[in-house]
Ligand binder design. Structure first.
Ligand SMILES: [Zn+2]
Length: 340
């Protein structure tokens, strides 16, 4: 563009130097000026067109990204709500007849669930998150009521024993599966989470492991009958570990949770906060972690089972990670990981 303006000026200069008449010079100058004007107009039009196209392209790009982000947020929030509702529904069923005379917490949870289920499919992300928190809160109240009732029954039994003048039974740990006394109840009081089945169409990423990557352990399943899946090499190593554990302790290793899919991890994080791993980072999502039951007498810090697992687990590739140790950053006596 700049070049044509220069040519026009040179043309005008030549016309001057050539001694042409004033009329001819004027015509040439006008033609040159007209040319410059037309070129300038064309440049402005082109620039305007480019700016408009650019603006439209940017606007379209931003709008597409916004929609994708909003859709992701909505899916995450509704997914967490669905998981919280399913889990609270289970707690409601399980707690029937377990809360003593005061059934109000269960009534409140039932009402909360009904409200959540009515709007679950149409809730905005913020509303879905608020409902998730409400459901989790109501569920926790039911769990607290169940725990209070259990404590009341245990105290009443102890009082009855004392009244009969008999010594209370020994609190010696009984490592048998499912054998728990009132003094050896679970240390977990949060909402229930269950082990996961392989993820259909899973891409192999954390929490999305397909059936082809996983193997169920042979000797046990969870309370709902779901097999305990682990990455196949970790499962094979745990089979060998369990054979040695059983030989040493007289019973199989009990499991509470192994593979956990991403949806469950999202729901756990929503319900438990920072004690649950950030979704997509849990070793349960890679099928390389087990949780044994949170029963302190059976598997707690000072239990024979833990002593055996810490001493002999590494020979089978299974370890108690440093962060989960008693002096670690997030003590979890029930959590072990496969390191191969
Ligand atoms: Zn764990």
């Amino acid at each position: 563009m700049r070049r044509s303006a220069v040519v026009a000026v040179v043309t005008a200069s030549l016309a001057l130097g050539g001694g042409a008449g004033a009329a001819a010079w004027g015509t040439q100058q006008r033609q040159a000026a007209d040319g410059r004007h037309d070129a300038a107009v064309a440049r402005v039009d082109a620039a305007r067109g480019a700016a408009r196209d650019d603006h439209e392209a940017r606007t379209a790009l931003v709008a597409t990204a916004d929609v994708a982000r909003a859709t992701d947020l909505l899916d995450d929030a509704r997914g967490a709500l669905d998981a919280a509702v399913a889990q609270a529904r289970q707690t409601l069923d399980d707690s029937a007849g377990q809360v003593g005379d005061d059934d109000a917490p269960r009534g409140a949870l039932a009402a909360q669930l009904e409200a959540a289920e009515q709007v679950a499919s149409s809730a905005s992300p913020a509303r879905a998150r608020a409902l998730t928190a409400d459901v989790a809160g109501a569920e926790q109240a039911v769990r607290d009521a169940v725990a209070a009732e259990q404590a009341r029954v245990a105290a009443a039994q102890a009082a009855a024993r004392a009244a009969r003048g008999r010594a209370a039974p020994s609190a010696a740990p009984d490592p048998g599966r499912g054998a728990t006394s009132a003094r050896c109840t679970t240390t977990y009081s949060g909402p229930s989470f269950y082990t996961s089945v392989p993820t259909e169409g899973g891409d192999g990423s954390n929490g999305r492991l397909p059936a082809s990557a996983l193997t169920a352990v042979s000797w046990t399943a969870d309370s709902r009958g779901t097999p305990f899946y682990l990455r196949s090499d970790a499962a094979a190593a745990l089979e060998r570990l369990n054979a040695a554990f059983r030989a040493a302790l007289g019973h199989d290793l009990a499991l509470d949770l192994t593979y956990r899919d991403l949806d469950t991890q999202v729901a756990m994080r929503a319900a438990l906060g920072s004690v649950a791993a950030v979704p997509g980072t849990s070793s349960h999502g890679t099928g390389l972690a087990i949780d044994v039951p949170e029963l302190p007498c059976d598997y707690g810090w000072d239990s024979a089972a833990r002593a055996w697992l810490v001493a002999h687990g590494p020979a089978y590739g299974w370890v108690s990670p440093a962060w989960a140790r008693q002096a670690g950053s997030n003590p979890e006596y029930w959590h072990y990981e496969y390191r191969g």
